[in-house]
Design a protein. Sequence first.
Length: 114
Amino acid sequence: MFKPNMAEMLKQVQKIQEEMARVQEALGEMTVEGSAGGGIVTVTVNGKQQIRGVKIDPEILKSGDVEMLEDLIVAATNQALEKSQEMAKEEFQKISGGMLGNLFPGLKFPGLGF
């Protein structure tokens, strides 16, 4: 019968925790962009799903169509957030190497969408 080595298992868990903390810090520096309307609106988001910037082409302001601008901002923001979640997921999967899923089946990362 297989008996896990608890000391070794605890070392692995500690190593994973350290790596996760390192990745979380790095995600704060990594950014992705979402855009809408052919680049009329661009939103930059970091790997922690924090909006870091919004760029709006001044030409859209001349149209006076506030509703369209609002829709473009929402679309660009949603796209950037989706990319950010995917980036975070990929970074955490790199460190887990499948290990987290084996140690903790069903483990979820709150706020990261996976």
